[in-house]
Design a protein around this ligand. Structure first.
Ligand code: FDA
Length: 499
């Protein structure tokens, strides 16, 4: 409530915020979490909380009147659909050279992501977070994150015959035929539930084109794991539909200004809360935008000049191939990916490509991939005093190293299979999905803009605890690393900063 005073305020309820809420509560602290998006717990008139990808409505996108799918054409025809403007679960935030997809709601990105829960190979960890002790991450914090996220693996025997994974088997066969290594990828989606979907003994979710607009069943998103455990302590409140705009020193703590919004995105009330300690967990983009704004407008003028720098897209690039007629991908596809092509050891262009579903409801013979690559380019967020917003200077051409790395996998596959890239999905005649990112990382880098545990220098009691700490690349899908790093950092913060 307006004028309230709380010991700890957490901004955002994604991975970083959820870990902080649980660990602080278990340490006996009272915690208030504020979240910009909705609490996705009430079914709509169709009896479901979320809509699917084939018939999107207002619940799909954050304040848009048209969907903004990553795949925006099909057979050359524009593919997006009109929707009503609503605080939907998936945001595509447009910057000048890239649009960045993010989850909006209690649970953050866990509501919309593919659930792929990948722990990077330890040999690459030094390149991901050079200031962090790898041994303790792999002995303690990665296992802790995996257990609390409820990560599980597909039954490999079932996988070999399940209709819904024909696309993954075709992706594997064509990759292996060119000598590439494929690997099963763990997930937070409950694979026992998925078996029931395939057998038609439970309502379908992953098998009903549900993922980027939310899963009605099966997925262990954060609201079912970390956040449920946090709330069960009795010490955590989560307040949705509140957007934090200002954080500035006040007395011995900080005053935090937030706008309460309705489902049209309009402000219905502005509130000021005082907090002794504030955790920024608004995600790479959300936290970076907040911090560069506070520095530029004089709310937190002494934040380091490095805040806003070091942003990368995890080397994301998407591409599709058209298979031969004897290589179908299936009309029924699970939206939960379970396989990747691991070419990170290729020093000429490291890449890890997830074999992605393309749930069109009919046979397309298309293999779709989201490649994570080693792209050296890094961008900077800056406050724009004319617009009052925040710009990001990433340029689309900076994705060329990612395209080059992806081609090292898919050119040989096409050559061996006598197949071609599809050019009808990312525009009218466009091979590469190189204008968007699913994996924003960085902007407030650990041990550069913060100390080695996320404390902001010069402002005791201010912390960063989300993907903005990671400098641009995790070599695989990022949320397990974001969670494990948050576990490591909060343990140190609880031990040293609370008496
Ligand atoms: P996260 O973005 O999760 O949470 C931040 C929260 O803060 C959001 O809920 C936001 O609404 C809120 N917020 C922002 N600004 C605020 C403000 N001013 N006031 C209040 N609240 C505010 N990763 C992976 O490992 N495996 C995968 O399979 C996928 N797949 C995937 C698919 C899609 C479609 C997307 C968009 C993303 C993925 N990802 C993924 C990426 C993954 O979801 C992402 O890296 C994490 O969610 C980031 O976690 P954070 O805690 O950093 O922020």
């Amino acid at each position: 409530a307006d004028g309230a005073s709380v010991p700890i305020l957490i901004i955002g309820s994604g991975y970083g915020g959820a870990v902080a809420a649980l660990r602080l509560a278990l340490a006996g602290q009272q915690v208030a979490v504020v979240e910009k998006g909705m609490s996705w717990s009430t079914p709509g008139s169709d009896g479901k909380v979320f809509c699917n990808m084939l018939s999107p409505d207002g619940r799909s996108f954050w304040l848009r009147t048209m969907t903004d799918q990553p795949i925006n054409h099909f057979l050359g025809v524009p593919y997006n659909k009109s929707i009503s403007r609503y605080t939907g679960v998936l945001d595509s935030e447009q910057f000048s050279g890239i649009r960045i997809y993010q989850g909006r709601g209690v649970g953050g990105g866990s509501l919309v992501n593919g659930g792929m829960a990948v722990t990077p190979k330890q040999q690459y960890f030094g390149s991901i977070l050079p200031s962090v002790d790898a041994a303790s991450m792999y002995s303690t914090y990665y296992p802790r994150a995996n257990a609390n996220l409820k990560v599980n693996n597909v039954d490999q025997t079932w996988f070999e015959s399940a209709d819904c994974y024909q696309f993954a088997r075709t992706g594997r066969r064509t990759a292996q035929a060119s000598g590439f290594t494929t690997t099963f990828v763990p997930n937070v989606y409950d694979f026992n539930y998925m078996k029931q979907e395939q057998a038609n003994t439970a309502p379908r979710s992953a098998l009903n084109a549900e993922v980027i607009y939310g899963n009605n069943y099966g997925k262990n998103s954060l609201d079912k794991t970390y956040l449920a455990a946090a709330v069960a302590t009795g010490k955590v409140t989560i307040t949705p539909q509140h957007v934090v705009t200002t954080v500035k020193p006040s007395g011995s703590g900080y005053s935090v200004v937030m706008n309460q919004i309705d489902t049209n995105g309009s402000t219905v009330a502005t509130k000021t809360v005082t907090a002794q300690k504030v955790f920024f967990a608004a995600g790479s983009v959300g936290t970076s935008k907040l911090l560069v704004t506070q520095r530029a407008t004089g709310a937190l003028p002494n934040l380091p000049a490095s805040v806003g720098t070091g942003w990368g897209n995890n080397g994301n690039v998407m591409v599709a191939r058209q298979n031969q007629a004897w290589d179908p991908t299936g009309s029924l596809q699970s939206c939960i990916p379970v396989m990747g092509i691991d070419n990170w050891a290729d020093t000429g262009g490291p890449a890890f490509a997830e074999i992605s579903p393309f749930p069109a409801g009919l046979e397309t013979f298309a293999s779709l991939y989201l490649a994570i690559t080693k792209n050296p380019n890094r961008a900077t967020f800056s406050y724009n005093s004319t617009s009052g917003g925040v710009d990001l200077n990433w340029q689309q051409a900076w994705n060329q190293p990612s395209i080059d790395a992806a081609k090292r996998i898919f050119d040989p596959i096409n050559a061996k299979q006598w197949t071609i890239y599809r050019t009808d999905l990312f525009g009218e005649y466009k091979t590469w999905g190189d204008d968007f990112a699913y994996h924003p990382l960085g902007g407030c880098v650990l041990n550069v803009s913060t100390d080695n545990y996320g404390r902001l220098p010069g402002y005791p009691g201010l912390y960063v605890i989300d993907g903005s700490l990671i400098p641009g690349c995790t070599t695989v899908n990022p949320f397990v690393t974001i969670t494990a790093l948050a576990e490591r950092n909060i343990e140190n913060i609880v031990a040293n900063d609370f008496h």
